[in-house]
Design a protein around this ligand. Structure first.
Ligand code: ATP
Length: 198
């Protein structure tokens, strides 16, 4: 019975960076978005569901996901995208529970870009949101991702909850706008989470 803590934030806010610090403190981290991508190519039930919905072309002859085919199908088609998410989310939720059951730690972290937007934060014991101004986030993502342009980043942002929405439902906020150091903020929250479980 570990404490399940979510870490979320908009694109480029610093979720992964924050989780790396928690990991250094010994907290096991489940990176839900990466795991979802893995499951799309490796979970047989999920694969068959995707093929039922989008066709056999969804997978390449070697069994890996046909990313460009699927991206074209869901690109700017929110209905198709939410159908795909409707398959991936339960698969990730199940996989997360299996993972969590195999951890031996007081605190576990689930990191995901969309925890508030899809309501899945309600299944967590605590929620941490990482915040940074939009212009800072855009610059960081453009520095990090060679293949993305500003319009794409803005498009992703438009499907994510704003800071007001994050503040309303989060138990802890981390200011990663650049004027405050991250490590002391993470240490403080880590200490408080440990106290909850002792
Ligand atoms: P995404 O939603 O795209 O996965 P994310 O929220 O996980 O993004 P990170 O990948 O942690 O964000 O951070 C985005 C980029 O900004 C990375 O290149 C990271 O190294 C950098 N970064 C994060 N925090 C800071 C900071 N405080 N100062 C400078 N650069 C930072």
């Amino acid at each position: 019975d570990s404490l399940i803590v979510g870490v979320t934030g908009g694109i480029g806010s610093g979720k992964t960076t924050v989780c790396k610090i928690f990991h250094q403190l010994g907290v096991p981290i489940y990176f839900a978005d990466d795991r979802g991508k893995y499951l799309l190519s490796n979970d047989e039930l999920l694969k068959s569901q995707v093929m039922d919905l989008f066709g056999a072309e969804s997978y390449l002859p070697d069994g890996l996901l046909n990313r460009s085919f699927l991206a074209n199908r869901v690109f700017s088609n929110t209905e198709e995208l939410s159908k795909l998410n409707g398959l991936v989310h339960p698969a990730v939720a199940k996989d997360f529970l299996q993972w969590a059951n195999n951890q031996n730690a007081k605190v576990l972290i689930k990191e995901a870009a969309l925890l508030i937007e899809n309501g899945s934060y309600t299944a967590l014991n605590k929620l941490i949101s990482v915040l940074a101004p939009e212009d800072v986030r855009i610059n960081r993502v453009l520095m990090r991702d060679i293949q993305r342009d500003k319009a794409q980043v803005l498009d992703i942002m438009s499907n994510q909850v704003d800071d007001k929405g994050r503040r309303e439902v989060s138990d802890y906020l981390i200011d990663n706008g650049g004027s405050k150091l991250l490590i002391p903020q993470v240490l403080k929250i880590h200490k408080e989470l440990q106290l909850i479980k002792s």
